[in-house]
Design a binder for this molecule. Structure first.
Ligand SMILES: Cc1ncc(COP(=O)(O)O)c(C=O)c1O
Length: 395
């Protein structure tokens, strides 16, 4: 008898981790590999969590998150996407990563399949694999001929892969690593299709407010879904508020699942970290909105640094991201992004994420890309990019 399930045995470390393991924390290396800014969480958020600790908020928390925080999340949705999301739909399983796992646990089981719009953050397809579901990739088309070049979603690629065992369509918009932003009309088409076929939608909106078109939020499924649609929207404090280490995010789910979410948040994590929630509460005040605005400007400046750099390159191009904080850089002639990322660590002392990590596994076109996070100090970012340029010249 086998000691563990095949799906678990088959799990392999993703390429981002493999590269980062080589030199994590080494001071001479410029780390652009992870999805986080180099900013420390703002002081007023840290102070609120410290106060919570001093006030003895060290016990188990309400399983779906403390009420004032869930109310503040409800207000956040009102002011960013204009949707009135009831408290019966807001639960806090832990970080967004755990919200992803929870949504997949709700919708799919072994033998089912999940259609994922890719390239995408690898933990998403690994989470589906963990529960034994098959992952089917619907890759965005990279159109280099249009002006400007863009990522395009071919809805047929999603629809044609759905069959009787398809339980969820997973979409992250703004996307990691592409920065692609899903259009409202496409969201509506996917929602109509999913309703008709009884398929759930998991919409990962952790970069929702990090958009460069002047709007307060990318188009959200919250704006079109009814409270009882089989739609799950994931959000996080990690990105826009520089709180990656806090492990706190939330899940908007159908109203009818309130009771199940109570049980699942207890069984999966007992509830979110108590004192972290008081920090998160501070993040949702006007001071937090001001911080988010500064963060967006920092990302915009980083995006501009990358744009100028690429303008002077003949082997590197990109599709300028409309949201999130990544540059997904295409390198002409590159055929093994993991080897290249490893060489960049060893020889150039800069950390990038290999394109192959973002799926589909084994796809040749993924291997011509590397991902960098540009939510960084502009001078450090510029130095990181010139290191990549110098290394590329010798390869
Ligand atoms: C699309 C996407 N969803 C979720 C997460 C994870 O968020 P959290 O830190 O809240 O687990 C990330 C992190 O990179 C991400 O890129």
């Amino acid at each position: 008898m086998k000691p563990i399930r095949d799906a678990i045995e088959a799990l392999e470390p993703n390429g981002i981790g493999l590269v980062a393991m080589m030199a994590l924390g080494e001071p001479d290396l410029i780390p652009l590999w992870f999805g986080e800014s180099d900013l420390v969480t703002p002081a007023f958020v840290r102070e609120a969590a410290k106060k919570a600790l001093d006030d003895g908020k060290t016990f188990y928390s309400s399983s779906r998150g403390i009420l004032p925080l869930r109310e503040a999340i409800r207000d956040f949705h009102k002011r960013t996407v204009g949707s009135d999301v009831g408290l019966d739909r807001i639960s806090m399983p832990g970080a967004a990563t755990l919200a992803v796992v929870t949504a997949l646990q709700i919708l799919a089981e072994a033998g089912d399949n999940v259609v994922v719009v890719s390239p995408i953050w690898p933990s998403i397809f690994q989470a589906a694999q963990m529960i034994g579901a098959e992952v089917r990739f619907a890759r965005l088309d990279d159109d280099w001929r249009s002006s400007p070049p863009g990522w395009h979603l071919d809805l047929e690629k999603i629809f044609s892969q759905c069959d009787a065992r398809t339980k969820a369509i997973f979409i992250a918009s703004p996307g990691n690593p592409t920065g692609w932003v899903m259009k409202r009309a496409d969201q509506q088409a996917v929602l109509d299709f999913a309703r008709m076929r009884g398929i759930g939608i998991i919409s990962d909106e952790v970069y929702g407010t990090l958009v460069y078109d002047g709007t307060s939020h990318a188009p959200s499924f919250l704006q079109i879904a009814e409270p009882d649609d089989n739609v799950f929207v994931i959000n996080s404090f990690s990105k826009a508020w520089a709180m990656t280490g806090w492990r706190i995010g939330w899940l908007v789910h159908p109203a009818r699942l309130e009771q199940q979410l109570g049980v699942m948040t207890i069984a999966n994590n007992t509830g979110p970290t108590s004192f972290a929630q008081y920090g998160a509460l501070a993040a949702l005040t006007p001071k937090g909105d001001a911080f988010r605005a500064d963060m967006l400007e920092r990302c915009r400046a980083g995006r501009e640094v990358v744009r100028k750099f690429i303008a002077g390159q003949n082997r590197i191009r990109w599709i300028r991201p409309e949201g999130a904080f990544y540059g997904f850089l295409h390198m002409d002639g590159l055929t093994d992004s993991l080897e290249f990322a490893r060489a960049l660590v060893e020889k150039a002392r800069v950390g990038v994420a290999p394109g192959s990590a973002f799926g589909p596994p084994g796809a040749a076109d993924a291997d011509s890309f590397v991902r960098i996070c540009f939510a960084q100090d502009p001078a450090l970012l510029a130095e990181g990019l010139s290191r990549i340029e110098r290394a590329l010249a010798t390869m």
